[in-house]
Ligand binder design. Structure first.
Ligand SMILES: *Cc1c(COP(=O)(O)O)cnc(C)c1O
Length: 389
């Protein structure tokens, strides 16, 4: 492959671009994780995470990927044979379901078309049928990164309340936290599942939970085996600023920096920036005459857009061309969507000109790969951006 100059455009929907400030923070010398400086670091990041997540609940940080965070949410709250209600919103919902099945949980998996979020009414109907309350948890993905469709978590909460069902609500916010509006305390979410490498602008390697009192109480009687993931084993040492095992010290340096950055920008501004970049992207896609994978406009995710390529064309061939010619990485179609969609990440440390560059790469790539499209996507996006400061 030819030598590439200039910055690589990492426009996959996670891992996302790590800001220079954060790279510098990460490159500090590792410190003693049993010393006083480390204890202050832990306290600062745990408090910062509580603010970011808008929760007064306990926050847990694991050295783990998002997949570890999924497993941790299940093993801390459930017992072998418990029923869990999940919805097939896409690839990530399916993977989380697979974890639950491996642990011997009985999953009611509501089928989906990979183009919508979970339907709150369907969830309500399932819960209403369960008069004996054998369903112990509802586990959903807020922003389904494989499809670009979000689940309306606040409406799911209302569905649980209308059904008067006591199930725990577990929510994967891996590509929505630091991107979209999310309020676990207000919405009654019991376990928020997240990780470092998407909206939080960090490298991969850190799993994050926010845990309600109700979930902590459920953990007392939950019988799935757990050791590494045990909340109580973590919460004890955390109180003094320490961990039960070696923490990802340098990622915590990075986290301290990204929390400061989000604080400086303001959460409302962060959310508005992502919404605006998402809208500009969708305008480009429409102008190209291509189809957005998510069919319900109230469910568009702000952090990424999944774009369908016309029948008979291969999204992976298009992505390959774009990577080779323009040093731009786009997300691939996952699971059932392999080859059918490409995903534009517009999440994290990202601005108007980065989006304009990204969309230019896509528009040129469409032409080079021989995918039928109409010109003018970039124009539509920049017209929107210039007209909507
Ligand atoms: C990326 C992602 C995950 C998985 O995270 P890993 O770090 O790859 O284990 C889980 N859920 C969603 C919605 C994601 O986007």
């Amino acid at each position: 492959m030819a030598v590439q100059r200039g910055r690589h455009f990492l426009q996959i929907p996670g891992p996302t671009n790590v800001p220079d400030r954060v790279l510098r923070a990460l490159s500090q010398p590792t410190i003693d994780h049993r010393g006083p400086e480390f204890s202050r670091l832990t306290q600062e990041v745990l408090e910062g995470l509580q603010k970011l997540i808008r929760t007064s609940g306990k926050v847990i940080v694991y050295p783990a990927s998002g997949t570890g965070s999924w497993e941790a949410a299940l093993v801390n709250t459930l017992s072998p044979g418990d029923r869990v209600l999940m919805v097939e919103t896409g690839h990530f919902a399916t993977l989380w379901k697979n974890v639950a099945v491996k642990f011997g949980l009985q999953v009611d998996f509501i089928p989906g078309d990979w183009r919508h979020g979970a339907d709150p009414e369907q969830v309500e109907a399932r819960l209403a049928e369960d008069r004996r309350h054998s369903i112990k948890a509802v586990a959903l993905v807020h922003s389904e990164t494989s499809t670009g469709a979000a689940t309306r978590i606040a409406e799911v909460r209302q569905a649980l309340d209308r059904a008067k069902h006591p199930a725990l609500l577990l929510v994967d916010t891996v590509s929505s936290l630091g991107v979209m509006d999310y309020r676990p305390d207000e919405w009654g979410v019991d376990v928020t599942v997240c990780c470092s490498q998407k909206g939080l602008m960090l490298p991969p390697g850190m799993g994050i939970h926010a845990v309600s009192e109700k979930a902590l109480a459920a953990a007392k009687s939950a019988r799935l085996p757990r050791s590494y993931w045990d909340w109580q084993a973590m919460i004890g040492p955390n109180q003094a600023g320490f961990f039960p095992y070696t923490p990802p010290t340098n990622l915590l340096f990075g986290l301290r920096e990204t929390l400061r950055m989000i604080q400086e920008e303001g959460m409302e501004s962060v959310i508005a920036r992502h919404a605006r970049l998402g809208e500009a992207t969708r305008r480009a896609v429409k102008a190209w005459g291509l189809e957005i994978n998510c069919l319900n406009p109230v469910e568009f995710t702000s952090g990424l857009t999944a774009v369908r390529v016309p029948e008979g064309h291969d999204a992976d061939a298009l992505r390959k061309k774009i990577l080779e010619k323009f040093n731009l990485s786009l997300g691939n179609g996952l699971g059932k969507l392999q080859g059918k969609v490409f995903r534009i990440g517009h999440m994290g440390d990202f601005n108007d000109l980065m989006l304009a560059g990204t969309l230019s790469g896509v528009e040129m790539g469409l032409a080079l790969a021989g995918v039928p499209f109409k010109k003018g996507g970039v124009q539509a996006a920049i017209d929107y951006l210039a007209g909507n400061e």
